[in-house]
Design a protein around this ligand. Structure first.
Ligand code: HEM
Length: 218
């Protein structure tokens, strides 16, 4: 790749955009899943509604392409970064740069989240197909599968760990994307930074609530 998209800045820009596509998806996914707190029927009817039209295929293609681009760029930038760091600097860098545990471990978090996504699809999307009837319409009973899965402590612990990691990844990732898009400049810098922290916390807690509610509350 040459030109802007082949440069480090261009790659970071693309990583930001593809990351934000996924960040948008997880927020919608988390919000939709909250319907499990209303009733099994509400949750199943929602799942049925969004998977009945063709729009779901468009969304899936966009998500798969964005994930492939995001992961390949992450590998590329991490390798380049390691090579650059292997060479000693003539002059030590000056100035403050926020280096947190969340920012230093982005590649490890990302790898675990990728494993999580693959296993998660096997568990749910390609998992046991139970069916139910809601107001006369036959549909998949994903709520039953969810209750079955989260009755197992191992799944609950694995989900909670991965979702905490996702929260940190989103917190740092959304912030970095804003930076790549040039939003972290000037007076609104702090606002965008706080927004990315809030985003990570809201998505992680919203998701974590589901396995905990099913395991302890039902
Ligand atoms: C408590 C946490 C979560 C629960 C209970 C949950 C539940 C589900 C269920 C039941 C499905 C199947 C939907 C269907 O086939 O119609 C699904 C699909 C999916 N989930 Fe999750 N999910 C959770 C967290 C996540 C997270 C954190 C991610 C991403 C990082 C994610 C990514 C996906 C993807 C990509 C699909 C496939 C969507 C599609 O093919 O249209 N999920 N999830």
């Amino acid at each position: 790749m040459s030109g802007f998209l082949g440069s480090t800045v261009g790659k970071k820009y693309l990583m930001g955009i593809t990351g934000l596509i996924w960040a948008g998806f997880v927020l919608v996914h988390m919000a939709g899943n909250l319907l499990i707190f209303v009733s099994n029927d509400a949750y199943n009817a929602y799942g049925h509604a969004i998977t009945s039209g063709n729009i779901v295929y468009v969304a899936e293609v966009i998500l798969v392409l964005a994930l492939i681009a995001h992961v390949s760029l992450a590998i590329n930038l991490t390798v380049n970064n390691r090579e650059a760091k292997a060479q000693k600097y003539a002059v030590a860098a000056k100035g403050k740069k926020r280096v947190t545990l969340a920012s230093r471990t982005m590649a490890i978090q990302g790898s675990l989240i990728l494993v999580f996504i693959i296993l998660h699809l096997i568990t749910f999307k390609y998992g046991t197909v139970y069916t139910t009837n809601v107001h006369g319409t036959e549909m998949r009973d994903l709520a039953k599968l969810m209750v079955e899965v989260f009755a197992q402590p191992g799944y609950v612990v694995w989900y909670v760990i991965c979702l905490i990691l996702l929260g940190f990844h989103l917190k740092h990732g959304v912030g970095s994307s804003f930076q790549s898009l040039g939003l972290m400049e000037g007076t609104y810098r702090e606002t965008w930074r706080k927004l990315s922290i809030a985003y990570g916390i809201i998505v992680a807690l919203g998701f974590i609530a589901q396995p905990l509610y099913i395991f302890f509350g039902r």
